[in-house]
Design a protein around this ligand. Structure first.
Ligand code: SAH
Length: 251
């Protein structure tokens, strides 16, 4: 998988290239990262990538000529796959989209700066606009890095068996269960007994119940979607009732 970040701050890619799971994926050649800097395509004397907005108003707008050339160069490097523009006006990014992207062989991520990008670049060069959420960043780089990280976890072999992505939140339509490690008692709080029992079926049942219950409490929208899609079995519904009853008893 080859990802090309188009950005005037290409060094920001170091955050994912050099660290953690994504860093290992790069070293193992499961993930190739490249950057293209629009400034290298700015041919005026000051190599400017931005200019004043038509119609007036505050801020600057990214100029179409260098950006278009940069995206075209990025497309050549990525070889294939979509061009996504980071934008608070885009479709909200989620795990399902991350999984879809992981099936591509290439990907171009375009990070805006200033007030944003000349609309004609978006119209002519971009397949989809992607938003991280309802807030405004000062640049698209952090959004692009989030996309790379969330997507890379779905590339074959990037996560080991033990921390397989499929067990994390959203993969099954539910939030993950709570996790515990040593010591057995911390700050007076013991680890749930069942996790020490060695009874794998009971542990699985407990984890499923916690996932279901948490999703009900924190993200009822996710649970409803799963229920409508027929993803909740009769035993899941029983676990949800058990969870609610235990909650009421305060256990
Ligand atoms: N004027 C624009 C915001 C520009 S912010 C507007 O109000 O819609 C500058 C750049 O940061 C954008 O071009 C985009 O690439 C990035 N950005 C800001 N917020 C973002 C978000 N929520 N998700 C993804 N990218 C974002």
């Amino acid at each position: 998988m080859r990802v090309v970040l188009v950005s005037v701050f290409p060094e920001m890619i170091g955050a994912v290239r050099d660290n953690g799971v994504t860093g290992r994926a790069v070293r193992d050649s499961r993930l190739e990262l490249a950057t293209v800097n629009p400034r290298d395509y700015a041919r005026d004397r000051h190599r400017s990538v931005d200019d004043r907005p038509y119609g007036g108003g505050p801020g600057m707008v990214m100029r179409p000529e260098p950006l278009t050339e940069a995206v075209e160069a990025a497309r050549k490097i990525s070889g294939a796959g979509p061009v996504l523009c980071m934008s608070p006006q885009g479709r909200r990014f989620d795990d399902a989209w991350a999984r879809e992207l992981a099936r591509e062989s290439g990907l171009v991520l375009l990070a805006g700066r200033y007030e944003g990008i000349d609309e004609r670049v978006i119209a002519s060069q971009v397949d989809a606009e992607l938003s991280l959420g309802d807030f405004v960043l000062s640049g698209g780089e952090l959004a692009a890095l989030c996309v790379i990280d969330a997507m890379a976890r779905w590339l074959p072999g990037v996560l080991g068996h033990a921390d397989s992505a499929a067990q994390d939140s959203f993969a099954s339509g539910l939030l993950d269960c709570p996790h515990y490690t040593r010591p057995e008692v911390f700050a007076g709080e013991p680890v749930p007994e069942v996790l020490l029992s060695g009874d794998h079926a009971a542990i699985e049942r407990w984890r499923r119940k916690q996932s279901l219950g948490r999703t009900q409490e924190r993200r009822p929208d996710l649970l409803e979607r799963l229920r409508e899609a027929g993803g909740l079995s009769a035993s899941d519904e029983q676990l949800l009732r058990d969870y609610a009853a235990e909650r009421q008893r305060g256990s």
